[in-house]
Ligand binder design. Structure first.
Ligand code: ADP
Length: 505
């Protein structure tokens, strides 16, 4: 082992190592290294987490083995020299015409490095002090090799450390854009069973544009709706739908907030409550029970209809809404027309004013016909393939036209939210299925709101398998898939946003 290291280092030092140039997937590489060391970290009861800049390209070109060697060395050092606390890996990226600069930092809360040792840390065979070898093993060659590798990759390796507090090792390397520029599309497509490239398919969202204006769906402006929903993307969509209908809306983030509000305000002017079922702190079922109990104590004088918003398709879950006393339910993703119809059903009659001669709700049959016509005219089943495999194209189009200028903002919120959620997933330990369920549920909710049907389905399938004490192997595999699906979904969404922007110029 030591001999190999010495040989390796002397070759690197002499500039005799020719770096590989091959296309590889940096996310996979990083996660592989983390997975490899996760076991050790758990054993020591320290958390090992990773945050990867969502902008990191799916495929890059460079030497994956050398990059793995550097990451493995630095992260395993961090784990090795940390007795309690955490090791956090962060990967930032700057992409330019010249290449992709990767900026990694590995921060630990470990033993740190004394001032006197700092100057020598990259020297060969150096270990901070003699007792280290006895305590931690190692050869004192790792950092010297890492430094030589990153320098050969046109980068540098630096560190900061406070004795007793911890260390941060940072390095940059310059990678290339993938040689096979189709790589992303083709490999992702294969993986997902999607056989069309992303780029050319986006126009369909625009050209499929729904001609139906929703502006005729207007209600009296005194209508006041309370939305209880934790998911910011869903909040956005529903807020916009209600704004389109001309009604007032107030948003609360979970059941507890709503219950607290009604406890404080015996008098209120809400006409109806849209209540998400699954929320943190207090879910919609518990909140409904608490509200009904409260209103009963007030002789029902202030009772208002509660409409469940549920992402579940199971009849059991729907029935549960009625069991706890909700008045009706709407399945997510909501669309403007079903929401409108639901409000018509539950609002006080005096507040209903439909501002058009046209039927407020377009008959479903018209809709279907419309859809078929669009398809036939365009005769472009292959073009719509990718989009229609990922999205309910019609719902997405409607959403886009409804959100108007605010669509890009919503996409970016969705993007951030989704990456935040999927980045947490690989860090979970196998005995945290409940945490994974929550993450999946949230991702499912916002994906459904954006009509991202494929992702919604995958979340649901994974969620359904999380009933035991541990996360099954199949779901662990799916975690890798879901990240990729989020990437493609977000990419397509971003493209639609850019195209829409261009169009409006
Ligand atoms: P080794 O194989 O001994 O780990 P390295 O070259 O990787 O050799 O590290 C050299 C020395 O630098 C280590 O022995 C240790 O004293 C110090 N060191 C490296 N990483 C850390 C860290 N994250 N925290 C504290 N000390 C570290």
């Amino acid at each position: 082992m030591i001999l190999n290291d010495i040989l390796d280092l002397s070759k690197l030092d002499a500039g005799k190592v020719v770096l590989e140039t091959t296309d590889f997937k940096p996310h996979e590489l990083i996660h592989e290294v983390i997975d490899l060391l996760q076991h050790k970290a758990r054993e020591k009861q320290i958390t090992l987490s990773v945050h990867i800049d969502p902008g990191l390209p799916e495929v890059v070109n460079g030497d994956p083995h050398r990059l793995r060697q550097v990451l493995l060395n630095l992260i395993s050092n961090a784990v090795k020299f940390t007795e309690q606390g955490s090791v956090s890996v962060s990967v930032q990226t700057i992409s330019s015409r010249d290449g992709i600069e990767l900026n990694c930092s590995i921060q630990d809360t470990g033993i740190g490095i004394a001032e006197k040792d700092k100057a020598h840390i990259f020297e060969q065979f150096n270990q901070a002090d003699e007792s280290m070898t006895r305590r931690f093993g190692g050869t004192g060659l790792g950092l010297a090799i890492c430094k030589a590798i990153v320098e050969q990759m046109q980068g540098c390796l630096t560190f900061d450390s406070i004795l007793g507090k911890g260390s941060t090792f940072s390095f940059t390397v310059l990678l290339d854009h993938p040689q096979d520029s189709d790589h992303f599309a083709s490999s992702e497509s294969l993986l997902l069973g999607l056989d069309e490239a992303v780029d050319d398919k986006i126009n369909d969202v625009k050209s499929n544009s729904v001609s139906k204006s929703s502006s005729e769906l207007v209600l009296d402006s005194s209508v006041n709706v309370l939305l209880v929903e934790d998911n910011p993307v869903n909040q956005d969509v529903i807020r916009m739908m209600l704004a389109k209908m001309g009604v007032q809306i107030q948003v609360m983030n979970n059941g507890q907030e709503a219950v607290d509000y009604f406890h404080r305000h015996a008098r209120h002017n809400f006409d109806v409550i849209l209540m998400d079922c699954q929320m943190p702190e207090m879910d919609g079922y518990q909140a409904t029970e608490a509200l009904l109990a409260l209103w009963e104590s007030q002789n029902n004088a202030t009772a208002i209809p509660i409409i469940a918003l549920t992402a579940s398709t199971s009849s059991e879950d729907r029935n549960y809404c009625f069991t706890v006393g909700m008045d009706d339910y709407l399945s997510k993703p909501l669309n403007l027309e079903t929401l409108f119809a639901m409000l018509l059903r539950w609002l006080p009659k005096k507040k209903i004013r439909v501002a058009s001669d046209k039927p407020a709700v377009t008959p479903a049959s018209d809709y279907v016909q419309d859809r078929q016509e669009t398809g036939n005219n365009k005769n472009s089943s292959s073009q719509t393939k990718l989009l229609s495999q990922l999205f309910d194209v019609e719902a997405l189009t409607e959403l886009q036209s409804m959100m108007g200028d605010r669509f890009p903002e919503m996409v970016s919120r969705y993007r951030q939210n989704s990456f935040r959620l999927v980045n947490k997933m690989p860090r979970l330990s196998v005995n945290e299925p409940h945490v994974l369920r929550e993450l999946l549920h949230s991702l499912k909710g916002s994906s459904a709101a954006l009509a991202a049907t494929r992702l919604t389905r995958l979340c649901q399938t994974m969620e359904d398998q999380l009933n035991g004490e541990v996360i099954p192997q199949r779901v662990l595999e799916d975690i890798k898939q879901i990240r990729k699906l989020v990437l493609v979904t977000v990419q397509v969404l971003k493209k639609t946003t850019e195209e829409a922007k261009l169009e409006s110029v």
